[in-house]
Design a protein around this ligand. Structure first.
Ligand SMILES: C[S@@+](CC[C@H](N)C(=O)[O-])C[C@H]1O[C@@H](n2cnc3c(N)ncnc32)[C@H](O)[C@@H]1O
Length: 335
């Protein structure tokens, strides 16, 4: 039966943890204890002044996942274009990646889950016994717990040092998280997600490339066809850049130059940012038609869009020891 004690490990000793029911805590063999109350296991110490992820933690702890009177999260309000045509497109981008999670299994790790802000993302967990929600924000985990109840496992932990044993997770999703980390910690996060996967498991990581040439081209085409809304563009960018807690995207060249222990293929989440949707897409039939064409392009050329667009879905599969990986970087480079 899937449960929390089967998968957690001590993030400092990397050894096993025992659940002390009476005290409501996990204890490692070296005596380190981690509280486990309200069904949330807490593997993070309070934010310290030298924490490289400090502003992200502060943002998501202090209101990033608070809801307004309409039930909209602050994070969604600030960063997602919620006008109908744009939101339909964003939701379709999420639904398109559901295919990687259809096999199901025991555990889906949602690394940097937030509160599971979109129902399309919640659906990824339907075929798994448990969704393991990991986040550094307690308000996010409480909200995820409200939605999933017993179908979830809730870990307050750090993506760069997961409190999870190796080879125990059937599938991993990590959307819009790794580019929030300091640049020198991002490779460790990719490796951690791969480490916890069972052989044969798949991880889908939505990232944000620096210098996405295709996004710039799409923007130019949209501005030529739909008319440029200069003032709004600049305003939107200023708002977004002032609000983003931490934003450290690295390039495809950086990613492909790493000595990864895994092979990968590129798919696409979305080639353009929300700031583009807000500034260049009118919320009418013309905007909807343009985004419909863009979606068709993403479906027809997912690898090209994943390499040159803004937000790739990096698909990592952990091969069985005896089997070569089915995903080869060459398929990315040749396009
Ligand atoms: C932009 S939100 C994305 C939430 C969700 N994945 C989604 O796509 O809606 C980023 C989330 O990652 C979490 N996060 C950022 N850095 C993290 C880290 N080092 N370890 C765990 N979670 C982290 C934040 O607290 C926040 O909830």
């Amino acid at each position: 039966m899937a449960n929390i004690t089967e998968i957690v490990r001590c993030p400092s000793s990397h050894g096993p943890l025992k659940l002390d029911h009476a005290e409501g805590r996990f204890v490692s063999s070296n005596g380190t204890a981690y509280s486990f109350d309200d069904n949330i296991a807490r593997f993070l110490t309070p934010v310290a002044a030298n924490d490289g992820n400090r502003s992200t933690r502060a943002f998501y702890d202090e209101g990033g996942w608070a809801k307004d009177a309409d039930g909209l999260y602050e994070d969604t309000k600030r960063f997602v274009d919620t006008r109908p045509a744009s939101l339909r497109f964003t939701r379709a981008c999420m639904s398109r990646l559901q295919k990687y999670f259809n096999k199901g299994g025991q555990y889906l790790l949602d690394a940097g889950s937030g509160p599971i802000a979109h129902k399309e993302l919640q659906g990824y967990g339907d075929k798994f016994a448990k969704r393991v929600c990991l986040d550094l924000s307690i308000p996010a985990l409480r909200e995820a717990r409200r939605k999933l109840g017993d179908r979830g496992i809730y870990l307050q932990g750090d993506l760069t040092n997961l409190p999870i044993q190796s080879d125990v997770i059937d599938a991993v999703m990590s959307f819009h998280v790794i580019y929030q980390l300091p640049p020198d910690l991002q490779a460790a996060a990719f490796r951690e997600l791969w480490r916890v996967l069972k052989p044969g498991g798949v991880a889908v990581i939505v990232y944000w490339w620096a210098e996405p040439k295709l996004a710039w081209r799409v923007e130019r085409v949209a501005n030529a066809l739909l008319g440029k809304r200069e003032q709004e563009t600049d305003q939107t960018r200023q708002t977004e850049s002032a609000s983003v807690p931490d934003h450290n995207p690295l390039s495809f060249e950086w990613f492909s130059a790493q000595d990864w222990p895994f092979k990968y293929k590129l798919d696409v989440y979305r080639v353009v940012p929300n700031s583009f949707l807000k500034s260049s897409i009118p919320d009418d039939w013309r905007g909807a038609a343009f985004l419909g064409l863009l979606m068709t392009f993403q479906k027809v050329a997912p690898r090209y869009c994943g390499k040159h667009g803004l937000m790739p879905a990096i698909v990592v599969r952990k091969s069985h020891p005896s089997e070569p990986s089915r995903y080869i970087e060459a398929s990315v480079r040749n396009r």
